[in-house]
Design a protein around this ligand. Structure first.
Ligand SMILES: [Fe+2]
Ligand SMILES: [Fe+2]
Length: 411
């Protein structure tokens, strides 16, 4: 079932089971509502700020002011279904909102992101989900942390560009479980992985029809993008060679995007294939990342890189050129939201600081200029904790010899 609708009545109740929130632009003042449903299910979205009890009884209080946002529909590939999308704009930062799909349907809630991270902000990250019971259990665990949002770094549904049923299963799991303890929907951001693409690597946008039917609001022209939260947090979402080549245009864009954000207190890069793998061979995995991206991460003061694809838990030491360095970049991963493999540990890979063979999600908390990173396994046990803060700038250009000699072969 994709939803319950009774279009014969004006006050129909409509509960799409694939409903989720995401962003196309500024998370402090916008929110995008999406679901997959049948033709004809395109009522407008009505939304309003949730009034505090005090405001309700104050002068002029008593009733919320509702605004409407128009819903658009686009094909959901390989099916007769449609992807419905409405962007709510002009919102007040740091505010709780309610919305309805249709005029008298059930209310859902969300919160806009604050303009300043003065009171702390947290989000969860991971990758490589799928639709099994472990992925669902990690959803429950992730939601229990009450994050402001979730970032999934590729291999979301394992649709391989051809299975709409896998995407629907993934969205149902996300929609059902990714709700915080106050009943607010937890927005989802994602970057592309090999299992979003027919053939996995070096293909065109047409080879990722299902992923892009959901996320082309953010990835409109390219499969890489930045998202800035006020003046305190930037996410740089990258394509590790699935549609866009790692070098060339994407690398040029990355350098400029990072340079513009070098002074921000929190800059996270998010990509799928890791530069510093914990399962796959180190010399042939992530060679493009190490050649084109790592020197830029270091030069432009990226704080954290979230990488995935290897289906393990890993934390690297702070690294510069693949060597442990006190002012290095921290790489966290490695994509085990719902998939798992045996792991190579620090004894065989000196760049690794901690590893584990566990389904896991990472919780990141930003407080002023400080960051706290916690890895939780499927049972809720804390398996790793670390903190980080902005490093001094090292304006050293690339061109050094990296600790890992790379063999140029496909990942
Ligand atoms: Fe994967
Ligand atoms: Fe992957």
């Amino acid at each position: 079932m994709l939803g319950r609708a009774n279009a014969g009545f004006t006050d129909f109740s409509f509960l799409p089971d694939t409903l989720f929130l995401t962003w196309q632009r500024d998370p402090t003042t916008t929110m995008t509502v999406q679901w997959v449903g049948h033709a004809g299910e395109h009522p407008d979205i009505f939304f309003s700020a949730v009034q505090s009890p005090l405001a309700r009884f104050g002068p002029g209080g008593g009733s919320a002011v509702w605004s409407a946002a128009h819903t658009t529909a686009r094909p959901f590939p390989y099916t007769d279904l449609l992807v419905f999308r409405a962007e709510l704009t002009g919102l007040t930062p740091g505010t709780e909102y309610q919305f309805r799909i249709g005029s008298h349907a059930e209310n859902y809630r969300f919160r806009t992101m604050p303009t300043k991270a003065t009171n702390g902000l947290s989000f969860v990250s991971g990758g490589d989900c799928g639709v099994n019971s472990h992925a669902a259990a990690v959803n429950v665990l992730a939601a229990r942390q009450d994050p402001h949002f979730a970032v999934i770094g590729g291999d979301l549904a394992y649709d391989n560009g051809i299975s709409p049923q896998a995407v629907l299963g993934f969205l149902r799991n996300y929609s059902r479980y990714m709700v915080d303890s106050a009943g607010r929907l937890i927005p989802m951001l994602a970057c592309i992985g090999n299992h979003e693409v027919i053939g996995g690597y070096a293909k065109s946008r047409e080879a990722a029809p299902l992923f892009l039917s959901l996320f082309d609001g953010l990835f409109r022209d390219h499969t890489f993008a930045t998202l800035d939260f006020g003046d305190y947090l930037s996410l740089v979402l990258l394509d590790s060679g699935h549609v866009a080549p790692i070098g060339g245009e994407q690398a040029d864009w990355l350098g400029k995007s990072l340079k513009d954000r070098a002074e921000r207190p929190h800059v996270f890069a998010v990509n799928h294939v890791p530069a510093y793998p914990s399962y796959r061979p180190a010399d042939s995995t992530g060679a493009g990342n190490r050649q084109f991206w790592v020197p830029q991460f270091e030069q432009h003061n990226v704080d954290i890189v979230l990488e995935h694809h290897d289906h393990t838990f890993k934390r690297t030491h702070p690294l510069r050129g693949g060597h442990v360095h006190p002012d290095g970049v921290l790489y966290l991963g490695d994509g085990s939201w719902g998939q798992i493999r045996a792991v190579n540990g620090p004894e065989s890979r000196p760049y690794l600081a901690a590893t584990g063979q566990a389904y896991h999600v990472s919780l990141h908390r930003l407080e002023g200029n400080h960051r706290y990173h916690m890895a939780l396994d499927e049972s809720g046990k804390i398996v790793d904790v670390c903190s980080s803060t902005k490093r001094p700038m090292h304006r050293r250009p690339g061109g050094y010899r990296h600790a890992i000699a790379s063999r140029p072969r496909p990942n």
